[in-house]
Design a protein around this ligand. Structure first.
Ligand code: AMP
Length: 238
């Protein structure tokens, strides 16, 4: 793990099942920045029965999106925490064009106020086709304790059904049931694909093939971040 270098905001986009959670954890470790998964924060709120959790629970159970204002407020308080100063990786946010516009305005106005600016977000889109996503989500198992993700087809636990790291019994997330998965993919096409178009139109989008082996995808993502973070430093100097 490295520390000290400014990476700035990194955004990982892609359909459910593209590998965002897995890859975001690798990036977080490699560059020493926090992984911010809006899905994980929302699930944590549901588990603890907070006001936000109570509002989000049924919506998440149906595979729909939690309203923008609730998610943006939640992200704002997380990004204001001290560990985000050198950078962070967002996984599962922004999910609508409105969230993307909000994030740009937020980064412009708040995070870097009075601090060294470390550039616009590095936006990486993980490309995976529809059938592969369905196959992956059908086999997905998660550890309820540490959040580690396994796949009974492509990345099984060493002992079937048990987390390698902490021995917890693996679970199928409620929203990984097939009917909910189809709804999540429909929501992705309608509401999240425009986010990709938003960043492409601003010439900020990097595309990475998410169908390769996990380690290869990690290498490709790290190369994009290295290149983009380096370029931003040069622009800041000139
Ligand atoms: P994920 O773990 O990222 O697939 O998210 C699980 C669920 O949490 C989604 O299906 C949504 O209901 C909700 N969610 C996560 N991130 C967002 C977001 N950025 N905007 C709205 N809802 C979200």
């Amino acid at each position: 793990m490295e520390s000290g270098r400014n990476i700035g905001p990194v955004i990982l986009l892609g359909p459910p099942g593209a590998g965002k959670g897995t890859q975001a954890k690798v990036v977080a470790r490699r560059f020493g920045i926090p992984q911010i998964s809006t899905g994980d924060i929302l699930r944590d709120n549901v588990a603890h029965g907070t006001d936000l959790g109570l509002q989000a629970k049924a919506i998440m159970g149906r595979g729909e999106l939690v309203p923008d204002n609730l998610v943006c407020d939640m992200v704002a308080s997380r990004l204001r925490e001290a560990d985000c100063e050198r950078g962070f990786i967002l996984d599962g946010f922004p999910r609508t064009a409105a969230q993307a516009g909000w994030l740009d305005a937020f980064l412009e106005s708040e995070v870097y106020e009075g601090k060294e600016r470390c550039g616009a977000p590095i936006v990486i889109s993980l490309k995976v086709d529809y059938n592969e996503v369905l196959r992956r989500l059908a086999g997905r198992r998660s550890c309820p304790t540490c959040g580690q993700i396994y796949n009974s087809n492509s990345h099984p636990a060493q002992v079937r059904g048990v987390c390698d790291k902490d021995g917890s019994e693996l679970i199928v997330r409620k929203d990984d049931r097939e009917d909910v998965v189809r709804e999540r993919l429909r929501v992705y096409e309608n509401q999240t694909r425009p986010v990709i178009d938003y960043y492409r139109s601003k010439d900020r989008l990097y595309e990475v093939d998410g169908l390769k082996e996990v380690e290869e995808v990690s290498r490709d993502i790290a190369a994009v971040i290295e290149q983009a973070a380096g370029m931003q430093k040069q622009i800041a100097r000139s």
